[in-house]
Write a protein that binds this ligand. Structure first.
Ligand SMILES: [Zn+2]
Length: 153
């Protein structure tokens, strides 16, 4: 863990690093880093594990909102009810092709990753072919789904 977090948190018996400084009213750690206000768990994830994808939340596997241990943080979908809604829409549409294992949330993530890596690498991440990724990026696949994604938001 980076000294920035080590110096400002306390290691708990369960492995959590509890933030020692400011807290938001919602109970998350907050700090100013490079002139920008951050939730400490989001900053920790970004600095240790990589970019935050648009629309995604950083979740605590330990349920400790003050924890900044990157091992306890994972990127997840924003709201359960939203992904539930999306899944239901998808089921109604009944996509029968082999692409159907991608959820709208994943398509959104794939689009967000456009330009950050090769189609092959992104494909590996989502367990689909390089061609599928390229087609999504070119917009020739999932047109309906992308349209409905716009409606969801
Ligand atoms: Zn923790």
């Amino acid at each position: 863990m980076l000294p920035y977090f080590e110096e400002r948190s306390t290691l708990q018996e369960n492995g959590c690093n509890t933030w020692n400084l400011s807290k938001s009213t919602s109970g998350y750690g907050i700090c100013t880093y490079k002139n920008k206000r951050w939730y400490t768990h989001r900053l920790s994830f970004k600095l240790h594990k990589g970019e935050l994808l648009p629309g995604m939340h950083i979740c605590h596997s330990c349920d400790n909102r003050l924890c900044v241990n990157p091992e306890h943080l994972f990127q997840g979908t924003p709201k359960d009810n939203e992904s539930d809604k999306i899944n239901k829409k998808r089921n109604v549409r009944g996509t029968a092709s082999h692409y159907s294992k991608l959820t709208l949330q994943q398509i959104k993530m794939i689009l967000a990753l456009k330009g950050t890596g090769s189609a092959r690498k992104v494909g590996e991440l989502f367990e689909v072919s390089q061609q599928t990724i390229s087609r999504i990026w070119r917009g020739s696949t999932y047109k309906d789904e992308l349209q409905s994604l716009v409606n969801v938001e």
